[in-house]
Design a protein around this ligand. Structure first.
Ligand SMILES: [Ca+2]
Ligand SMILES: [Ca+2]
Ligand SMILES: [Ca+2]
Length: 186
């Protein structure tokens, strides 16, 4: 009787062990599946990070330069009118902040063209419209001259880039009528 009980106990323990074994096998399988899923998700995530963000391009009629777009107006107007038009296009007058940009614009303009540089606030203190310091300068010979001493040209507080070799800058009266160059930063 005693032996019988022990036998029963043993067989139920064996059953239990087999059950545990089976569930361990199942758990191991599940773990492997989860592992595989995690590896796949990690890969997916990595590759999605490598997909370049939506490619940025310039609007039609604008010329791509580095991470910016340049737009040369067909119309002419005062420096302020030019600036307003650029702003209406979600841009502003161009700020020339590299020799490459100067060269690129040089090949783009067709006549004297407004750029985003003026000394309206304080005579002789030239400022780019975005606050960029004027470290890079392409003033033509004897420019800026604020109209010179004759007074013939009046006060000159706005800058334009000129045609001709290396497209030197010159200051003229802000009310002069010139085309303008806009720049949009992408
Ligand atoms: Ca620029
Ligand atoms: Ca001036
Ligand atoms: Ca001048």
């Amino acid at each position: 009787m005693l032996l019988q009980t022990s036998n029963d106990k043993l067989s139920s323990m064996t059953e239990e062990r087999d059950l545990l074994k089976a569930s361990l096998t199942k758990m191991t399988e599940e773990r492997d599946l989860l592992k595989a899923n995690l590896t796949k998700m990690t890969k997916d995530m990595e590759s999605s990070q490598n997909v370049p963000k939506q490619k940025k391009t310039c609007p039609d009629g604008w010329k791509m330069f580095s991470c910016t777009c340049h737009f040369l107006s067909e119309a002419s107007g005062s420096w302020d009118e030019g600036r307003q038009d650029c702003r209406n296009r979600g841009a502003d007058l161009v700020v020339i902040d590299s020799p490459e940009e100067q060269t690129s614009l040089s090949g783009f303009i067709k006549k004297d063209t407004w750029i985003g540089l003026n000394d309206k606030e304080k005579e002789g203190t030239w400022k780019w419209i975005d606050g960029t310091p004027v470290t890079l300068k392409y003033w033509g010979p004897n420019q800026p001259d604020n109209g010179g001493t004759s007074g013939r040209w009046g006060e000159e507080d706005c800058a334009h880039i000129s045609t001709g070799s290396n497209s030197p800058w010159n200051d003229v009266s802000c009310s002069k009528s010139l085309p303008w160059m806009c720049e949009e930063i992408l």
